[in-house]
Design a protein around this ligand. Structure first.
Ligand SMILES: *[C@@H]1O[C@H](CO)[C@@H](O)[C@H](O)[C@H]1NC(C)=O
Ligand SMILES: *[C@@H]1O[C@H](CO)[C@@H](O)[C@H](O)[C@H]1NC(C)=O
Ligand SMILES: *[C@@H]1O[C@H](CO)[C@@H](O)[C@H](O)[C@H]1NC(C)=O
Length: 485
């Protein structure tokens, strides 16, 4: 075909394309095309034409490019001669020969005919065709895939989720990017770091407690650039929760007494102190302090009228919670210091501690053998020992006493309780203390160790008989005490 005619046809094709709805195309093309026409009227090239056909020396390829980056799509041709090389995208012509047709300034020709795209956008995805208008050589097609770094946002956008205690909460994040990002959930913990919780776009928390409150984080990752994350703050609404370190406080006239309550989690609650259901206000002897969740009340120069049942009462929108602290002058309940097994056949050295500011007036020990086998589970009779209390204080306000119990049977389980009295009265009965004696002179120590372990667990297997700790006996005994007083 005549070279001049071919070129004219090409320009016509081009002009046809320009009249179509292709916004990226240059409108004042014809002037420049005249110049192109002059360029190609060189008669020498006509002679080469039959022997040297144009040929691509680059190859069509898939390019994966991250948004914002730059990509160069190669188009290398041997023996182009007077043919005009076009870059097309669909039916839009981007370049013709050395000429930029598209007005998008991000496109550039480099190294003669390589198409460079700067700052790629998601819309740039698709096929780019490098075309030699010779109607023989196949087009070269490059495919551009745009990788989009992940983005993520919490639902709702402000990242604030509020739930009532006991309800089920669904935390959600929406992520986008190419490829589709994976989402991971973590709980941010200032002490333990992040705890990984879920690999899905939602995180479901059932039966939420106050402890579930905090900052959760969803992270989205698709391998393009760094993962990104969004925070969700979960607030759990619940009635106030109160803990008291000591629900029984020992006091005596003239002393200073401090009571403490911790109101957890909820800063929106109001805390008040009561004594025997009367609301307490600060006085010259009584001051209240709040430090974070910790509420304390200091009573100076304690008076007889100050004894009683105190309570901390916290209110918030969801309810009221109350915890009692008894302030008493009576001795505290005895706590036992001696181990359950001392390796003795017939004696046991029982040691205990009692809190009391005034001296102790009377101390009583009760102990008995537990007679138990499969059919017969009645404990023996109580041995009642009235003691002269020690006057030596082990530490401020505490008395430590010992009593050597003799005449015990070998290979037996015993239990003991202690009661003490000062000028304010008898204390609460102690917990039951269980102890046991050695099997025989030749006993294998290992047996005792085994028994000791199971005893600690609250149930012992003694000589093949199932022996249970009969703790409810203490309640029965306490009633008898009151009757005999
Ligand atoms: C304190 O008073 C409350 C309400 O009357 C009662 O339930 C609680 O058992 C009392 N506590 C003590 C230690 O007396
Ligand atoms: C009993 O134990 C206590 C405390 O370990 C000790 O002070 C006391 O002397 C012991 N009594 C006897 C009789 O061994
Ligand atoms: C259980 O103990 C009672 C009282 O000591 C005794 O009479 C009875 O024979 C014992 N039964 C068994 C199975 O050892």
């Amino acid at each position: 075909m005549d070279r001049g005619k071919l070129f004219a046809k090409l320009i016509l094709t081009l002009l046809n394309l320009l009249h179509g709805p292709h916004p990226g195309l240059c409108q004042n093309l014809p002037v420049d095309m005249m110049h192109l026409g002059n360029m190609h009227s060189d008669p020498h090239h006509d002679d080469f034409m039959p022997t040297m056909m144009p040929k691509f020396i680059s190859r069509g390829n898939l390019y994966k490019v991250t948004t914002g980056d730059m990509v160069t799509l190669p188009c290398r041709v041997q023996n182009l001669g007077t043919f005009v090389l076009l870059w097309r995208r669909g039916s839009s012509v981007l370049t013709a020969g050395p000429l930029m047709i598209t007005r998008d300034s991000r496109f550039k020709l480099v190294d003669t005919y390589d198409l460079q795209i700067n700052g790629v956008k998601t819309q740039d995805a698709g096929d780019y065709i490098c075309q030699i208008g010779d109607q023989e050589t196949r087009d070269q097609v490059h495919t551009l895939e745009i990788l989009v770094p992940p983005s993520v946002r919490a639902v709702p956008q402000n990242g604030q989720v509020t739930a009532r205690k006991g309800s089920t909460v669904t935390l959600e994040c929406k992520a986008s990017g190419n490829p589709v990002p994976s989402i991971y959930w973590y709980k941010k913990d200032p002490l333990a770091g992040a705890t990984h919780l879920s690999d899905s776009s939602t995180l479901i928390l059932e039966q939420v407690e106050r402890q579930h409150a905090g900052v959760y984080q969803c992270a989205a990752d698709n391998g393009v650039r760094e993962p990104v994350s969004a925070d969700v703050q979960l607030t759990v609404l619940s009635p106030p929760e109160i803990t008291v370190e000591k629900s029984w406080v020992h006091a005596s006239e003239g002393y200073d007494v401090e009571l403490a309550c911790t109101v957890h989690g909820d800063t929106g609650s109001e805390m008040n102190w009561f004594q025997n259901s009367f609301l307490l206000d600060p006085t010259d002897r009584r001051t209240m302090h709040t430090l974070g969740e910790q509420h304390t009340m200091l009573i100076r120069n304690f008076q007889t009228t100050d004894f009683g049942n105190y309570s901390c009462v916290a209110d918030n929108a969801l309810g009221r919670t109350k915890k009692y602290i008894e302030v008493s002058g009576r001795p505290g309940p005895a706590t036992f210091l001696s181990p359950a097994y001392t390796g003795q056949l017939d004696i046991y050295n029982l040691t205990w501690k009692i809190e009391s500011i005034p001296p102790l007036d009377e101390v009583r020990l009760l102990y008995r053998k537990l007679l138990m086998n499969d059919t017969y589970q009645h404990p023996g009779k109580w041995n009642d020992v009235v003691m002269v209390p020690t006057t030596t204080r082990s530490e401020p306000n505490h008395f430590i006493m010992s009593f050597l119990i003799t005449g015990l049977e070998k290979n037996s389980v015993y239990e003991a309780i202690i009661q003490a009295k000062n000028r304010y009265g008898w204390n609460e009965i102690s917990d039951i203390h269980q102890f046991y004696t050695r099997n025989s002179e030749e006993a294998d120590d290992a047996d005792f160790i085994m028994s000791s372990i199971s005893l600690a667990a609250g149930c012992i297997d003694w000589g093949g008989y199932g022996v249970r700790l009969l703790l409810p006996m203490a309640a029965v005994l306490h009633r008898q005490w009151i009757i005999t007083e």
